[in-house]
Design a protein around this ligand. Sequence first.
Ligand code: PHE
Length: 444
Amino acid sequence: MNHFSRIGFILAAAGSAVGLGNIWKFPYITGEYGGGAFVLVYLLAIVFIGLSVFLAEAVIGQNAQADIATAFIKTSKSKNKNWKFSGFMIIAGLIILSFYSVVLGWILNYIITSFGDLPTTTEAAGQAFGDLISKNIAGQIVFHTVIAGTVIFIVLKGIKDGIEKINLILMPLLGLILIGLLIYALTLDSFSDALKYMFTPDFSKINGDALLAALGQAFFTLSLGVGTILTYSASLPKKVNFVKSSVMVAIVDTAIAIIAGLIIFSFLFEAGAKSTGGPGLVFISLPVIFSGWGVLGHIISVAFFIALVFAGITSAVSMIEPSLKFFTDRFSMSRAKATVICGAFFYVFGIIALLSMTGEFKPVLSAFGKNAFDWMDFITSSIMMPLAAIVTCVFLGYFVDKELLRRIFTAHVSETVFNIWYNLIKFLVPIAIIILFLNKLGII
Ligand code: PHE
């Protein structure tokens, strides 16, 4: 059987969770929302909402040991075949993978440029980043192809020899690089400023926007709402304590986001740079700082961007796995054929995403004020992921036998823990997500 080992599951699920969301997105949103206050709200969102939805996906996968659609049907009280429509979740993973692969391609470009001259001013760095995404079509296609090829190569080998193995190699390496960078950050005077910035909450900065951004980030960073956790849990042997494993994954994911934040803010403050650089924080602000540190700056730059690629690759393989399992298990397709079909899909969509930001193609590949890249991001993170999370919680809360869930949970944890989780997913989580959902759509 193609199953994870316990440690293999924890590494793979942590590999999925730890990605660009932790090292690129978390620090810049924390910067945009003013530091400590946002971090606090984010931690609450992870503990009460993210972890609950994570356990919700995990329990369905664990119980059914099947692809998403079959798992919903099998777990439901009625065994109604219409639950197969839950299979829509696989599309979100493929769409995210399309633009995620493009961003990973930019990072490959930054690894290479880290060996040469680094930009010394923010203007030059901004120009270099702008040129890459708006002018360099050939380069971006090459990088996207390398990333897509790597992802396809890994998943073709299956759960055990592909996904588990790559996580077994890349996750410890990622950990080592981050520890190295953290130790360096610790030697800087500004480390204490970074600590203060991230852990002194200024409550006046907590508003509705910050709450919603924190919730959205909690979903994205824990890989929720695309069926990844459900699918990975389906390959976790039933005797394993999935609750404990899930909590460990959430802890590792959160720890890495915090460590990435401390590293990046120490670097920024050391150079007197602002924390509000937005999405360009790691592509524009950091290279300028590294350029002032001589040879060491080049080494740190290479290490930093390699860490980003490692983190991103282990997430990328987890985005395609739900579709592969869906096609192989439900339609008895060979893994190779499923990989070719899904691979072709995200490869082509990735090319559309990257072309949509270039001067030549932007006009044709934009609609209603957003280019295709932004549309893919918006449709997945603002519509499909929250929708999938609501469906999952409502499903478990109202369409699944409570006794079944109680039995699965209490094999590993106490009755109290089960009851807390059950009430969270039945009431609090769906309501919180609906608020997020309506707000993102601009309705409230
Ligand atoms: N969790 C990943 C990150 O933080 C992104 C991701 C989303 C992975 C959805 C899988 C599924 O970068």
